[in-house]
Design a protein around this ligand. Structure first.
Ligand SMILES: [Zn+2]
Length: 76
């Protein structure tokens, strides 16, 4: 499981509070300072193909969807 969807696990454990406490204490993914897991898309949470230029912080797929809304023009 990736760090992006560990909150799904918490959602599953919501009805089991003791198990959830144990999960948080022992199995919660680390907060990463470096590497690919340190940067994720602000819109969808994807790790790959991250664009951080101009502080966009989106993956390429989300950037492609909303590029014109945030002011980029497509030339060709
Ligand atoms: Zn995205």
């Amino acid at each position: 499981m990736t760090a992006s969807d560990w909150n799904k696990t918490l959602k599953q454990l919501r009805n089991k509070p003791a198990v959830m406490q144990k999960y948080i204490r022992h199995c919660k993914p680390k907060v990463r300072k470096t590497g690919i897991a340190a940067r994720k898309c602000e819109r969808c949470g994807r790790f790959g193909a991250h664009i951080k230029q101009y502080n966009i912080n989106l993956c390429r797929q989300c950037f492609r969807e909303i590029a014109e809304e945030i002011g980029f023009n497509k030339y060709n």
